[in-house]
Design a protein around this ligand. Structure first.
Ligand code: ADP
Ligand code: ADP
Ligand code: ZN
Length: 215
């Protein structure tokens, strides 16, 4: 199963990707996570990406395409993968087509999560993750079962992203509408796009995604 989750920042791509990893045993390929790791490790890529990410702008296509191309070669991608946050520009979409063609692979589905802008602001401003295992949480919509303790790994340390603030979100949303939303037309024209309502409960949306994957 090779699929892309498309949607604006805060739409729930990461949340749904992590749940799909459990259900389908295929990896989540999040370019945001990969870039944040590069920033944390102060690699060459990380040094180039940090200021761009903090401002809410898109990292250059060359950098991101190279990261994804390398990641797709890993053994764990042999049975499929979930692309979360990539592609984000038409150029990245073309680069992905070429990467997949070179490897003799084809995408199965592109799923758009549709969420209202006001809901995105609320989701982004309440988002935090476990500092140890990366499990995602929300102040209002997805609290750990025991206050302050990660459901998955028991850690009591959590973190918030520096770019998850109302001001940077505006820049990120602009980037989405300008650079990423044209991909909806691109994949619709290829007959690969399914749009689903991302405004419901997390479990409900997982059910809708499963319906698409079974179709
Ligand atoms: P993305 O990866 O698209 O940026 P996330 O999956 O990180 O989005 O979700 C953003 C925030 O919204 C997280 O705090 C997450 O827990 C929460 N969230 C995800 N899906 C839903 C949903 N269906 N309803 C309410 N909150 C959600
Ligand atoms: P979200 O889903 O909440 O928008 P991500 O974790 O996917 O956040 O991305 C965080 C930041 O990383 C983006 O604002 C951008 O700077 C950078 N980034 C992630 N993926 C890409 C990509 N495919 N192309 C360019 N920049 C990217
Ligand atoms: Zn954890």
């Amino acid at each position: 199963m090779k699929l892309i989750l498309l949607g604006p920042p805060g739409a729930g791509k990461g949340t749904q990707a992590k749940l799909l990893v459990e259900r389908k045993s295929i990896p989540q390929l999040s370019t945001g996570d990969m870039l944040r790791e590069a920033v944390a490790n102060q690699t060459e890529v990380g040094k180039k990406a940090k200021a761009v990410m903090d401002a809410g702008n898109l990292v250059s296509d060359d950098i991101v395409n190279a990261i994804v191309s390398e990641r797709l070669d890993a053994d764990d991608c042999a049975n499929g993968f979930i692309l979360d946050g990539f592609p984000r520009t038409l150029e990245q979409a073309s680069a992905l087509e070429k990467m997949l063609a070179d490897k003799g692979l084809q995408l199965d589905h592109v799923i758009e999560l549709k969420v209202d802008d006001e809901a995105l602001v609320e989701r982004i401003s309440g988002r935090y993750t476990c500092a140890k295992c990366g499990e995602g949480y929300h102040d209002k919509f997805k609290k750990p079962e025991t206050d302050g303790v990660c459901d998955k790994c028991g850690s009591t340390e959590f973190k918030r992203r520096p770019d998850d603030n109302a001001e940077t979100l505006r820049t990120r949303l602009m980037a989405y509408y300008k650079e990423t939303s044209p991909l909806l037309g691109f994949y619709f024209a290829k007959g690969q796009l399914t749009s689903i309502d991302g405004m419901g409960e997390i479990a409900e949306i997982s059910g809708e995604i499963d319906k698409v994957l079974e179709s």
